[in-house]
Every structure is written in structure tokens, then in C-alpha cells.
Design a binder for this molecule. Structure first.
Ligand code: CA
Length: 370
């Protein structure tokens, strides 16, 4: 559409309202959706397994909220029963359980499934990668979601966007990080690609279950741990035992969360229930970032007031070293897997363009307000 046509169409829409122009065609389309006639008396019941403890703040709450919205929007015709991690299956078996069709739906973060397909990581978090706003643009409009569906299709799964954490914090440290030398021998709980980068820098990426993190850090079993951001971290109590709270979360600049459904179960849904499910996930996508952004701002102040922790930024030299090792780690991922290469190239192309424009928009504005 050229500029003139666009202006003409915009003017018409302004006078008549687009709904008036298109409503007849749309009504017909719904009525004639012949392959799956909607049975308004039928109640569909699904189970959802999550990777989070039951009712886990924000992440588990998102699963409950989704089920509640789907029930309301469908007038009680679509009921999803949510199970916390371990209630039905162990947290990290959610992917396989839904893929096999034993349970219809799951909730987690795509990087948990890197062992199934390394390409999944690009739909969760990439060190020095896209932030929440860029991820939203890439997934919703830029073709990222289509690639995500393509990545999950071999597992008979369909993914849905399930919220975003925003830029996370760099983590809680009991060792000051002044130079790259300080990363050597650092025992840190940091999962995924970020962990690989820490290992390249001479540290040790340690796996510690969420429930054991506090004591591990307190007793010096680990020197550092990353978690999420001020709100979630406050609930974990790290501000009581760590000396330093480092910024920013270079390793998780905007972690995307997810829902996923068994594709056969999804295909069996009538078209209205499919749309209700998708729409509800988009509401979670919107809600979660707002929840994190709001609570993080409030809890950051609480941490400053109540904790003895010193808030610090990683020195530039350290960040540059981490960036260098991130490039190496990413290269290893895409060399080993064609799907990862395809997804990463698409991801990185948009990341570069978005960053170039952000320099004039978001970044420039943040610089103004300080
Ligand atoms: Ca994290």
C-alpha cells in the first residue's frame, strides 16, 4: 500500500469504522467454519503441568491466571487444571509429558529444553541478546513466533508466549568483581548459555536447586548466584546474606516465558477456543512484564532500605570479556545445529536493527531522564 492509499484507507476507517466495513465478511467466515462446528454444550478439560513450584510468585501465578481467563472467556467451556512442578510430574519432565500427549499443556521457559533442541534457547534468553521490548516485537510481528512453532513442531508441540521477566539482575556475589581475574574460580549458580560463558572465563557454573540456594550462598558452597530481579530475589532473601548485588543481567536481558500445548489436543479445539487460548497467553505476555517492572521498582527500594548489600555495576572490562566469550558460546551452538543457525541468524538480524534504532529512541531517552 502506498502513502496515498494508506491515507485514503485511514480516512475511510476514521469515518465509518473498520468494523462496519468488514463485519459482514467476518460473520460469514465464523458461521462457515465448517470443519469444526462449535458445540456450545461441550466442556473441554485440560491439565497443565508447570516447571514452577505451586503458586510460585509471578511465574506460577501466570499459569493460574491463564486458566482463570480461559474459563471466563469460554463461559466455562474450557477448563484448565494447573499442577505445580512435582505435583503430577517432576518440573523438567513437563516438555516430554506434553509432547507425549499424557497432559495437554505445559508452562516453563524454552531454554530448559536445550537438551532436546539447542534452538529453543533463542526463545527464552540469549546473553547480550534482546530485551523484553525487542523480544515482543520479534515474536509478535517480526516472524520469531513462526520460527518458535517450527522449532517445537517435531515434538508435536505448539508454543505460546507466556510473559517476560524484563532485564534481570547480574546476581548476588560474596566476592567483588573488579577485573576478569576475579571470575577465575568463581563458583556461581548460573544456568544456560550464561553458565557456559562463566566457565569460559574460568569460573564454575554450578547447578543448585532453587530451594537450596540460600543456604549454599550463606555457607559459601557457592560464591554467587543469579536469580531474577529485586522482587523475586527479595522473596528468596539473598539481600540478607550477600555482600554485593551486581547489575545488569547481561546473561538474561529479557527472558521470555512460555506455555506449550500438545499439538493434537490443540488441533481438536474448536476455532473459538483456540483463539481464546492464544488471546489469554497474550494477556499474560502483557501482564507479566508489567508485574515485574512494577514490583522490581518497589522492591529495589526495599532492598536498599533493609539490606546491607552494596549495589554495583560490572566493570566495562569484565563486560567486554563476557561479551567475547558469549560470541564463542553462540558460535558453538549454531555450528552444531542447522535449526539453531536458522533461528539465531533471524534473531540476530532483528537484534542489530532494533539496537540501531533504540540508540535513537529508548536508549537516547533513558540517557535524558537519567
Ligand atoms: Ca535468571
Amino acid at each position: 500500500m502506498n502513502r496515498k492509499e494508506f491515507l485514503k484507507k485511514s480516512a475511510l476507517a476514521g469515518i465509518l469504522g473498520t468494523s462496519v466495513l468488514t463485519s459482514c465478511a467476518e460473520d460469514k467466515e465464523i458461521i462457515n467454519h465448517g470443519d469444526k462446528k462449535i458445540n456450545y454444550d461441550k466442556v473441554v478439560r485440560w491439565k497443565m503441568v508447570t516447571t514452577w513450584p505451586p503458586n510460585f510468585p509471578v511465574l506460577g501465578e501466570a499459569a493460574n491466571l491463564l486458566a482463570e481467563m480461559v474459563k471466563k472467556m469460554s463461559g466455562g467451556r474450557f477448563i484448565i487444571k494447573v499442577f505445580g512442578g512435582g505435583e503430577l510430574v517432576p518440573p523438567l519432565e513437563a516438555f516430554d509429558t506434553v509432547a507425549s500427549g499424557t497432559v495437554e499443556m505445559g508452562c516453563g521457559a524454552a531454554y530448559y529444553w536445550a537438551g532436546k533442541s539447542t534452538a529453543t534457547q533463542f526463545f527464552a534468553a540469549v546473553p547480550f541478546g534482546m530485551n523484553a521490548q525487542m523480544m515482543n516485537a520479534w515474536l509478535l510481528v517480526g516472524g520469531g513466533y513462526e520460527l518458535w512453532k517450527e522449532t517445537y513442531a517435531p515434538f508435536n508441540l505448539i508454543p505460546f508466549m507466556g510473559g517476560n521477566s524484563g532485564v534481570q539482575m547480574g546476581g548476588w556475589f560474596n566476592r567483588e568483581i573488579n577485573t576478569v581475574e576475579d571470575l577465575k574460580g568463581l563458583k556461581m549458580r548460573i544456568p544456560g548459555l550464561g553458565g557456559k560463558v562463566i566457565e569460559k572465563a574460568g569460573g564454575a557454573a554450578v547447578l543448585v536447586a532453587g530451594g537450596e540456594l540460600y543456604t549454599s550462598l550463606e555457607r559459601g558452597v557457592i560464591d554467587a548466584t543469579e536469580w531474577v530481579g529485586p522482587y523475586h530475589d527479595y522473596k528468596m532473601g539473598f539481600h540478607k546474606i550477600a555482600k554485593y548485588y551486581y547489575s545488569p543481567g547481561w546473561h538474561e536481558p529479557g527472558t521470555e516465558l512460555e506455555f506449550f500445548a500438545n499439538n493434537k489436543a490443540y488441533e481438536k479445539l474448536s476455532s473459538d477456543l483456540q483463539e481464546i487460548l492464544y488471546t489469554a497467553t497474550l494477556r499474560i505476555q502483557n501482564w507479566m512484564l508489567a508485574e515485574f517492572d512494577y514490583k522490581n521498582a518497589i522492591y529495589y527500594q526495599k532492598i536498599l532500605e533493609e539490606g546491607k548489600v552494596e549495589v554495583k555495576k560490572f566493570p566495562t572490562q569484565v563486560i567486554e570479556t563476557l561479551r567475547k566469550y558469549t560470541k564463542e558460546a553462540l558460535q558453538e551452538v549454531i555450528e552444531g545445529d542447522p535449526m539453531s543457525k536458522k533461528v539465531y541468524e533471524h534473531y540476530n538480524d532483528f537484534r542489530k536493527k532494533a539496537s540501531a534504532y533504540n540508540a535513537l529512541s529508548e536508549q537516547a531517552y533513558y540517557d535524558l531522564i537519567g
